[in-house]
Design a binder for this molecule. Structure first.
Ligand code: GSH
Length: 250
């Protein structure tokens, strides 16, 4: 029996765990579930609604990207996902925690309302799915699917507007971590693997991409992760909801 990783195609915390499994050279198979039906299935199998979730060959079951990365580190210590220096380790732990508890929800809250406003964009996110759904069917399902996902992720208009306004400060924080060496390790550390898939998913949103392009984090995403499918054109959010892109300092 192989290690089985339960995922939703395109999910950023699932990408975190997949990249960590590959880095560690741990063989695994993916079990792809369709959102939002994955939530009751993972709840029944793991006691928690969310993906990623993993069932190891020895029968151990675990949910949550951070918990899974810590377990992978325990099972296969090298290459390590965490620095050995105690100060650097504390910084990486804090960035990983923030990436999971604060930042990770933002792409979910911004993506589903964007797809609600641009249902034709939904098929572009599924080109790598193992469970292919015909594009016309996906577009027809989009209103119902995006309504449920917006509700599940509390992606209200108020939340979207607050997330958009807060985004430049979050990106400044990430760029500062790159500047002080907390992020950008080679091979990537646990905080890189937690935060960068969220940034990559944000970059699929045409309204948000200009806020990220040209920043150090955009280069780091390109270095660490393969490109992700999916594109929502600019203009789905009213212009007055969007903060101004950062201007380059001379
Ligand atoms: N922060 C957790 C949660 C992950 C999470 O929320 N995953 C989403 C998909 S990207 C999910 O399964 N949502 C279903 C739900 O909230 O019921 C982690 O990193 O594992």
């Amino acid at each position: 029996m192989a290690n089985k990783l339960y995922v939703v195609d395109g999910s950023h915390p699932c990408a975190t765990v997949e990249r960590a499994l590959t880095l560690k050279g741990i063989p695994y198979k993916t079990v792809e579930l369709l959102p939002p039906m994955h939530a009751p299935i993972t709840k029944a199998l793991f006691g928690v609604r969310t993906v990623p979730a993993i069932k190891f060959e020895d029968g151990t079951k675990l949910s949550g990207s951070r918990a899974i990365l810590a377990e992978l580190e325990r099972r296969v210590p090298e290459p390590s996902l965490y620095p050995s220096d105690p100060d650097r380790r504390a910084a990486v732990d804090e960035a990983e925690r923030w990436g999971d508890e604060v930042f990770q929800s933002i792409p979910r809250r911004l993506l589903w309302p964007a797809l609600k406003r641009s249902p034709k964009s939904l098929p572009s996110f599924t080109v790598n799915a193992k469970l292919p759904t015909p594009a016309p069917l996906l577009v027809a399902m989009a209103p119902g699917l995006t309504r449920i996902e917006c509700k599940m992720n509390q992606a209200t208009e108020t939340a979207v507007r607050a997330d958009l306004l807060a985004l430049p400060a979050h990106l400044d924080k990430i760029d500062a971590w790159i500047a002080d060496g907390t992020l950008g390790d080679e091979p990537p550390n646990a905080a890189d693997l937690q935060i960068l898939p969220s940034v990559r998913l944000l970059m699929t949103l045409g309204d948000v991409r200009p806020l990220i392009e040209g920043r150090p984090v955009a280069d780091l995403v390109a270095r660490v992760l393969p490109p992700a499918p999916g594109a929502v054109p600019a203009g789905v959010y009213p212009a007055e909801w969007l903060p101004a892109p950062a201007t380059a300092t001379p």
